[in-house]
Design a protein around this ligand. Structure first.
Ligand SMILES: [Zn+2]
Length: 237
């Protein structure tokens, strides 16, 4: 079933300042929104971007190649093309974003997901800033080896980008506490207001369409394991 997205994190006044885009005849736009990546906080505008395809299914060679739809009017607003404009685009995304309070359940689920995913991954201060977050440049201390400073934990760094006011000490308990795969918060928080019930869970909502709720094993969308939420009676510890 269709589970509505929560667009409250999109700054519509800023979105409407971007140039409007009309699809030329025969062209199409990506069906499911999301150039986003789970390292972006809940409802970040990257979760709502859509690629544009020409009549031949290619990306346009010039002009806008990505839009965000106005959820109220359906109008398409063009984003600047990415090439060489990563910084500008990032600044624009920040402007289009209305962040949720840190205590919001979606934010807490995101934090849990990040710390589980980046379990034991630290950034290396010796690596240039632009490459520090690359998977191949992360430090993964061996068992028993001294742990790098908590403020360099990859999830810590990422969480504190949109939430710089949250002290490192408040987040330290997450280090090595989170889980990812085979149990965890799921990724429903990316575009949805709340975790769906097992009946309403669409399963993975990725590019190919919904996969359906997984009743056995880990459902990556709602986070249930064998139908149970983490912490629920009878759930895996
Ligand atoms: Zn599910």
């Amino acid at each position: 079933m269709a589970l509505p997205f929560d667009f409250s994190t999109l700054n519509l006044a800023e979105l409407r300042k971007l140039p409007m885009f009309e699809l030329p005849g025969g062209w199409s736009r990506q069906r499911h929104p999301g150039g986003g990546c789970f390292t972006d906080p809940p409802g970040f505008p990257t979760y709502y971007t859509r690629s544009i395809y020409t009549g031949r299914g290619d990306e346009p060679r010039s002009g806008p190649d990505t839009i965000i739809e106005d959820p109220e009017t359906g109008a398409m607003h063009a984003l600047p093309r990415y090439e060489g404009r990563g910084e500008e685009l990032r600044a624009l995304m920040a402007k289009l974003y209305v962040r949720l309070p840190f205590e919001h359940p979606r934010v807490q689920a995101w934090v849990s997901y990040l710390f589980g995913y980046f379990r034991n991954c630290y950034e290396d201060p010796a690596v240039p800033m632009a490459e520090r977050a690359h998977a191949a440049r992360l430090l993964i201390p061996k068992a028993g080896a001294p742990r790098p400073p908590p403020e360099t934990h990859r999830a810590m760094v990422r969480v504190r980008e949109p939430y710089p006011e949250v002290p490192v000490a408040d987040l330290e308990r997450w280090i090595n506490a989170g889980r990812y795969g085979g149990g965890g918060p799921g990724d429903w928080w990316e575009r949805h207001a709340e975790r769906p019930s097992a009946e309403d869970c669409p399963g993975l909502v990725w590019m190919q369409g919904n996969t359906g709720h997984r009743a056995e094993g880990w459902c990556q969308f709602c986070g249930r394991v064998d139908g149970k939420l983490p912490g629920e009676e009878g759930a895996e510890p």
